[in-house]
Structure formats: structure tokens, C-alpha cells
Write a protein that binds this ligand. Structure first.
Ligand code: GLU
Length: 498
């Protein structure tokens, strides 16, 4: 029998997401339950958005949760390399097979032509997609264009009629009409593969037996299966997991819930509680027990028992579970060790010391000055924002604009945070001192404290975001209507600022 091999294939384009950990956990349980292997592959085909920092953060976050892998970019393995940016030669040789068999073709259409096509299709209310224009080129025409060095991509052929039918472990038979499927670009004009091509080539070469991934990929599966067919390769078995949801059932989003694993680590959750909670997403232990370890989950695992109801990631429930873990599983000694390791992270403390050293006469001054670095959300109320020049509405606007601006930063460090605040203060025509006041309150709980800009950079975007959002709520929140107006104002300004 074929060995069970599963994988998590994150794209290093942002913060490590709880959704990635959830999918990793189920892949790992499934593989280990069958004595198989769980591997990690980095899908960095998006060269513009992929960063080394994001890759590092994702690996650290999954390791923190104990979701280790037996092969990956950090530990190597027999299918190395495990980073797609290092596997270009493989994709280049595989695409030749599809070009030779006629299953893939070169497309020389310009961006302008594609845009026109799109506009026309939208006006005609027909499905938007490539019209196969370059399929009509003769071999000589193609050779001539190649000779002239005309920029081009490589697309896959798609059947013009009929359905793609496949079986999903959780959903049974799925049927998707080929007319809904675009002639996907496989190789971009820079010669590098798209996600779809690299993903299939790698799953095959890494001998992945089961692809367990989020349901947002269902519509891509026909293209993937067709590629397996074109290559003459045995496809893996597919299982599309239900997406995590906010408590209002919308797709889990950082606007409504913290989604970054780093947030949960920085707020002092125990990794075993977070993983346990993720194990409860759409799945239950056969005896209904709510506290269980990954090892226990593996012992009783049955992937087909995942319910498709749309699991809700409810932070209040996680808080409850984490509290239970702290009370019921940690001895006082272990409590001390865990707390000390969390509170006294040398990198953080090193950054905090220069901010407070000049103001400290005794160590007992440290907590009143810097305690907010360790606290969760500050205890504030509307009166905390009383200020002679800044009204409550001004405060809300400053907080919301700052949050949007900070979220758009590529690098969240002191220099860029400071530049953002200066730009915003100038735009809103508020003196920087006054502009920073609501941020001081939101971040430290007080109108005066250590530099709020340094504080935000030390706390990181996840905690900063949570505190700013909390402050906006304390101030009565922003109605949908007001949010729309603010967003418009912000967008106009952000475009100018770019
Ligand atoms: N790189 C994709 C992602 O970021 C992987 C999807 C898949 O598992 O096929 O989710």
C-alpha cells in the first residue's frame, strides 16, 4: 500500500495564521494515525509578497504549537529542497512535457488585450476568462514570436464542455463544469511557475498521498486533477476542510478576531491549549471530552468525522479552555516556569530597558512604568480619552486611521511607525503631540508613558491592533455608516500618500 504522506504548504506572505495551524494539525493527525509522514513545503511563488521574515515566523509559530514536520526547509529530507523558489529547474523541465504533448500552450496576449477582453465579457455578462486566442497560432507563428523575444506566459488547455467530477473525502462527489474553469497560467512571463503548477508538480514529486486543505481551494481542484491527467500521474486523494469562522459565521478575519498565532503567544496562551482548541474545530473526541492532547487526538482520529458546519473560532471559548489548562494541568512550579519564560523574553526586555532606564530610581518603579508591556488589554474607559483639544470623535478617527495605516506597512518597525504617525498627523492637521494622545491611552492605558511609537514597535502589530481596536470600542465603536465615510476619506488620502 502507498505510504500516507501529507503536507502543509504555507505561502510566506503574512503573519502565521491560526487557519494554517488548524490545517497543519489535521494533516499531521491523519498522517501519524496511519504511521505516515507529515511534511512542510514553502510555497513562495509570489515573489513580490513572499518574505523571509514571514517564512521564519510561520515555522516558529508552528513549532511553538508543537506541530513539527519530518521534512521541510529547515530539517531537509529526501525530496529537498522544500522551498519552491529553489525548485525552478524542476518546473522548467516539467512544463516542456506539457508543451510537447500540446496540453499547454504559449500565450502572447498583452495585458491590454486581456483587459479589453475582460471588460467586454463583463459587459456581456458572460463568464470572465481567457478566450483561447493564442491556441489558433500556427507553430511557425509561435516560433517567430519566440525568435522576436515577445513576452509570453504558458497556459493549460481546458476542456470546453462537460464536468470535472471528483471525490472529496468529506463532501463526496463534487461536480464542476469545465466552462467555469479558466485556461490557467502555469508559467508566468518571468519563467517562474504559478501556485497551481508548482503545487501539483511538488505534490507529485514529494509523493503526497492526501491533500488536506481549506475549502477555498475546491474550485482549483479540477485544474489540479487535469494536470495529473496530462502528466499521466496518479492524483492524491483530496479533502477540503471547512473554513474557520468568526462568531457571526463570516470567514475568520483579523478585522473581527486576532488571527495571527503570534498574538496568542504574546498574550500568554499555552500552546497545548491553542492546539487543543484547534482540534475542536469541526471535530470532537468520540467520548465528547474537551481537553485532549495531540497524541490523544491522533489515537482517536477519524478525518471523515469532521463536520462541515463551519467551525467557529471563538476567543472567549479559547480563554475558557486556556484557563482550565493553567488551573488544572500546571503545578505551581510549572506555572512559574511558563510565566517567567513568557514574561522575561530577553529580546523584548532588551528593547524595553532603554525606554525606562532613565526614569527608574528603584526596580520597584519598573512595573508602574512598563507593566503595560505585559498586560493584556488596558483598563480604560471613555474618560481616559478626555483631552482639551482632541474630542472623542477625533480620537476614534486618529485610532482608526492609524490602524489602517499600520496594517498596510510592509515593515512594522520604529522608523515606519513614526513616519506613519507624522504623515497622518499632517493630513489631519493635528499637532503630533495631540495626535499621539489617544494612541498613548490605547496602548499604555495612560495619556503619558514611555514613547508610544517605541512601545508599538516592541509590542508588535498583533497586540497593537488588538489594543487600538479595544480603544475604539471603549469609545463607543464606529457605526457602519461612519466606517464607510472614514474608509473613503482614508482611501483618498492613502492614494495621495502613495
Ligand atoms: N500555498 C497554498 C496556501 O497558502 C497551499 C494550498 C494547498 O494546500 O494546496 O494555502
Amino acid at each position: 500500500m502507498q505510504k500516507i504522506r501529507t503536507r502543509i504548504a504555507p505561502s510566506p506572505t503574512g503573519d502565521p495564521h491560526v487557519g494554517t495551524a488548524y490545517i497543519a494539525l489535521f494533516n499531521r493527525c491523519f498522517a501519524h494515525q496511519h504511521g505516515g509522514e507529515f511534511i512542510l513545503r514553502i510555497e513562495d511563488t509570489d515573489q513580490v509578497r513572499s518574505t523571509e521574515k514571514s517564512e521564519r515566523d510561520i515555522l516558529n509559530a508552528l513549532n511553538w504549537l508543537g506541530l513539527s514536520w519530518s521534512e521541510g526547509p529547515d530539517v531537509g529530507g529526501r525530496c529537498a529542497p522544500y522551498r519552491q523558489s529553489e525548485r525552478s529547474a524542476l518546473y522548467s523541465s516539467e512544463i516542456v512535457k506539457l508543451l510537447n504533448s500540446g496540453h499547454a500552450f504559449r500565450c502572447f496576449c498583452t495585458a491590454d488585450r486581456l483587459q479589453e477582453l475582460r471588460t467586454r465579457q463583463m459587459a456581456e455578462k458572460v463568464s470572465v476568462g481567457y478566450d483561447g486566442h493564442c491556441l489558433t497560432l500556427t507553430e511557425e507563428q509561435v516560433a517567430q514570436k519566440l525568435n522576436d523575444g515577445v513576452e509570453h506566459v504558458i497556459r493549460m488547455r481546458i476542456p470546453q464542455s462537460g464536468d470535472c467530477i471528483f471525490n472529496d473525502m468529506l463532501r463526496g462527489e463534487i461536480r464542476i463544469n469545465w466552462q467555469q474553469i479558466d485556461m490557467q497560467v502555469l508559467i508566468k512571463s518571468d519563467g517562474l511557475p504559478t501556485y497551481h503548477f508548482a503545487n501539483v508538480v511538488d505534490d507529485h514529486h514529494m509523493e503526497i498521498s492526501h491533500v488536506i486543505r481549506g475549502e477555498e481551494w475546491i474550485n482549483s481542484t479540477p485544474k489540479h486533477l487535469l494536470l495529473y491527467q496530462y502528466f499521466g500521474w496518479e492524483p492524491p486523494i483530496y479533502c477540503h476542510m471547512p473554513l474557520l469562522r468568526n462568531t457571526d459565521k463570516s470567514k475568520l478575519s483579523k478585522r473581527k478576531n486576532p488571527t495571527s498565532i503570534g498574538y496568542y503567544r504574546d498574550m500568554g496562551y499555552l500552546p497545548q491549549a491553542v492546539v487543543n482548541y484547534l482540534g475542536m474545530m469541526g471535530w470532537t473526541m468520540p467520548d465528547g471530552r474537551e481537553m485532549f492532547s495531540v497524541a490523544e487526538m491522533i489515537d482517536h482520529f477519524d478525518l471523515t468525522r469532521v463536520s462541515l458546519g463551519g467551525p467557529v473560532f471563538d476567543v472567549a471559548k479559547l480563554d475558557w479552555l486556556n484557563g482550565k489548562y493553567i488551573r488544572e494541568t500546571l503545578s505551581n512550579d510549572e506555572f512559574m516556569q511558563h510565566f517567567a519564560a513568557w514574561a522575561f523574553r530577553p529580546d523584548k526586555i532588551n528593547d524595553i530597558i532603554p525606554l525606562i532606564k532613565d526614569r527608574v530610581e528603584r526596580f520597584s518603579d519598573v512595573v508602574p512604568l512598563a507593566g503595560f508591556f505585559l498586560a493584556g488589554l488596558p483598563e480604560i474607559n471613555e474618560a481616559s480619552f478626555d483631552h482639551k483639544k482632541i474630542s472623542a470623535d477625533d480620537s476614534k478617527k486618529i485610532l482608526q486611521f492609524t490602524l489602517w495605516y499600520l496594517e498596510s506597512l510592509r515593515k512594522f518597525d520604529r522608523t515606519s511607525i513614526e513616519a506613519s504617525c507624522m504623515t497622518l498627523a499632517t493630513h489631519l492637521d493635528i499637532k503630533i503631540r495631540d495626535f499621539l494622545f489617544p494612541l498613548f491611552v490605547a496602548i499604555s492605558g495612560k495619556g503619558v508613558s514611555t514613547s508610544v511609537i517605541d512601545s508599538m514597535s516592541i509590542l508588535g502589530l498583533d497586540i497593537t491592533r488588538a489594543r487600538i481596536r479595544h480603544a475604539i470600542n471603549v469609545l463607543g465603536g464606529i457605526s457602519n455608516k461612519a466606517a464607510k465615510e472614514l474608509e473613503k476619506d482614508f482611501r483618498d488620502f492613502a492614494q495621495v500618500a502613495e
